[in-house]
Ligand binder design. Structure first.
Ligand code: MSP
Length: 633
């Protein structure tokens, strides 16, 4: 059995965990779950970094001893990971004895190699980064370029690590192992940094008391980054070089945000080289989550309200949104309206409705899952697509392209929706067509079972719910077509993603007052009658959506291009809060084709699409595919 070791950073406990920490941890969780699914023996490490000066200060402010403060804060991380369904194998604390002993052994190894010496240190220090900033990186004011907080001047005798000695080996390693640092942008930043020359780094503090003492000089404590990085081996019990250590080191993936890639891809490997230990295989620095385009910041009150969104949409929707919406290497702006749109479009509509529909038809027409006795049109295509979807996932996961992985799975979900539609399976209940009906339903349900396996690393709760509703008692992870047993009773099926109305999302908003309230009342009244002749003036046509894109500065609007059979047109639709753009492509809709054009946000809208528009907005689509341009009367 192959081994797979994935880590998150250990998070500072100077505050409760936030959505940025959650993002990294969820991303690592997907890898752990994916590799378990593939049969690997996985070790997934997460934990907390407790000996930092910022933790010491936070404890002081809280009136607690540092240890008591850490004991209070560490559980807030554990609680969040439980809530987010994180499947870590260890929650590691750096105040544990195992870590203390391991970190000291690691320091001894560096010392024994002659790479540690005593010297004087002075410089501008950021308490939040736990890092010195060279004069050349600072402009006029001595402010941390990352945290925008004042830097402290620090001067003391320290132990140093000969980082400069490893410059050439590091350069060679990064050149020879193009996948060592991911993504390419981060790798290029590092190469650039390396070329400007590496300086030795101070690795001890004499001025601080909160930390692990140097093994060969108790007047110093180990500099936090050296101590923290060593957690990746101390958590495997490096001290005794136990079986766990033998099995899992070197790590397969160190997952983190872009802010700390440099520590992991330069300092940490250099220290491992000095201790004659193998290097981790990959260091992955993902982009940052922002809110309204700004970096998350506790001091500036910029945060993502995870609690509210999870309470409204559920944990899996939150996980799905983070993984599906953003391209992993890049920054991503967190927007509750987009989470809402993804929930309703991808989860409730595409996946939830498909499951409900198939289970509903099965329950209505069969006692048990029928055998697929009667092959017909589209079946081979469906089966082939199942295989290609499965085959694509390895490559997407290897490239940390969570968004592409989910997109590939959802293409398949939508294909099955179309299969149900194209075969008009609900019309096949007559005796002579019933075997074909049974086959189509078997295939659809088998597709859903496979989908549940494929989504299980991303949204594990949903995967389990689907299999339970199918009637499987134990989670079936087999990714071969045809594994679904027949002669099994399926459950009635509860909606796995009940629609969340815009109203509920906006529940915290004030009730309408004055003119708005009057307007809402007026809207409730029935409309005046129109003559048939007036109605006939409307030219309603079936069109297919070719493309959909957001409109800058307009959260509610999408710019669509539609094909009316004889011509293509652009139009603007107020559906961005309800549909993610890529879920619209290929959908048939009904367009008012003879509406006067209007310019909205600099886009000429040449028509209007129809939608049921109450508390939620649902597009009106023909019941089955029809030729484009067909008139609707
Ligand atoms: N304790 C160090 C890490 C030591 S690892 C040996 C540390 N801790 S931290 O609490 O500041 O966590 C930083 C990590 O949190 C980032 O690398 C990233 O994984 C995550 N994030 C923090 N803010 C983030 C965003 N705004 N967006 C995404 N991830 C972010 O640094």
């Amino acid at each position: 059995m192959s081994a797979f070791y994935v880590t998150t950073p250990i998070y500072y406990v100077n505050g409760e965990p936030h959505a940025g920490n959650a993002y990294t941890t969820i991303a690592a969780d997907v890898l752990a779950r994916y590799h378990r699914l593939k049969g690997a023996e996985v070790f997934f490490l997460t934990g907390v970094d407790e000996h930092a000066a910022n933790v010491y200060n936070a404890a002081k402010e809280d009136g607690l001893s540092p240890q008591a403060y850490c004991d209070k804060m560490a559980p807030t991380f554990i609680k969040l990971w439980e809530r987010l369904n994180i499947s870590h194998d260890i929650f590691f604390r750096t105040t544990s004895d195992m870590h203390k002993r391991g970190a000291q052994k690691f320091l001894n190894a560096l010392y024994a190699n002659g790479d540690v010496y005593k010297g004087m240190y002075e410089g501008h220090y950021c308490l939040s980064c736990e890092e010195f900033f060279p004069e050349k990186e600072l402009t006029g004011e001595k402010i941390c370029p990352i945290h925008q907080l004042p830097l402290q001047w620090l001067e003391e005798e320290n132990y140093f690590f000969r980082l400069s000695k490893y410059q050439d080996r590091l350069l060679a390693h990064i050149h020879e192992n193009p996948d060592f640092v991911y993504p390419a942008a981060r790798r290029n930043e590092l190469l650039h940094f390396l070329e400007s020359g590496l300086q030795d780094v101070s690795i001890s503090r004499a001025s601080l008391s909160w930390g692990i003492p140097f093994p060969f000089d108790a007047a110093h404590i180990i500099y936090i980054w050296i101590e923290a990085l060593s957690n990746y081996i101390t958590a495997l019990d490096y001290e005794t070089e136990s079986e766990r250590y033998q099995t899992f080191w070197p790590a397969d993936v160190h997952m983190m945000g872009k802010d700390i890639t440099r520590f992991h891809a330069l300092l940490w490997p250099a220290m491992l080289m000095a201790a004659n230990l193998p290097l981790p295989k990959q260091v992955v620095g993902h982009g940052w989550l922002t809110k309204d385009g700004e970096a998350l910041s506790k001091t500036r009150g910029i945060f993502i309200d995870m609690d509210a969104d999870i309470a409204t949409y559920g944990v899996d929707a939150f996980r799905y949104y983070l993984l599906r919406e953003f391209s992993f290497g890049n920054d991503g702006d967190y927007r509750p309206t987009r989470l809402h749109a993804r929930y309703n479009a991808d989860l409730a509509n595409d996946l939830g409705n498909l499951l409900n529909r198939v289970l509903g038809l099965l329950n209505k027409n069969f006692e048990q899952i029928p055998a697929p006795t009667t092959p017909g049109e589209f079946d081979d295509e469906i089966r082939a697509m199942a295989q290609t979807t499965i085959d694509q996932l390895d490559a997407h996961i290897a490239a940390f392209a969570y968004d592409s992985a989910l997109e590939a799975i959802w293409k398949f979900v939508r294909r099955i929706n179309r299969y149900v539609q194209q075969t008009q399976v609900w019309t096949l209940a007559k005796p002579d067509t019933k075997p074909r009906m049974g086959t189509i339903l078997y295939n659809s349900l088998e597709a859903l079972r496979l989908i549940s396996v494929l989504i299980s690393p991303f949204i594990p709760d949903t995967a389990e719910k689907i299999q339970k509703q199918i009637g499987l008692e134990e989670f079936d992870t087999v990714t071969e077509w045809g594994h679904l047993p027949t002669d099994m009773t399926v459950s009635r099926g509860e909606p796995i993603f009940p629609r969340v109305e815009t109203q509920k999302r906006k529940r915290k908003q004030a009730k309408p007052k004055g003119a708005d309230a009057l307007k809402q009342k007026a809207e409730k009244k029935t409309s005046p009658l129109v003559s048939f002749a007036d109605f006939q003036k409307l030219d309603l046509r079936v069109a297919r959506i070719l493309s959909a894109e957001p409109i800058q500065g307009a959260d509610r609007l999408l710019k669509l291009q539609v094909d009316l059979g004889t011509e293509k047109r652009h139009l603007v639709a107020g559906i961005a809060e309800h549909y993610a753009p890529d879920t619209l492509i290929g959908k048939q809709v009904i367009v008012v084709a003879n509406l006067e054009p209007a310019t909205i946000r600099n886009v000429e809208s040449q028509g209007m699409i129809l939608a049921a528009s109450g508390e939620s907005v649902v597009l009106a689509t023909p019941e089955a595919d029809v030729p484009l341009g067909t008139q609707v009367r």
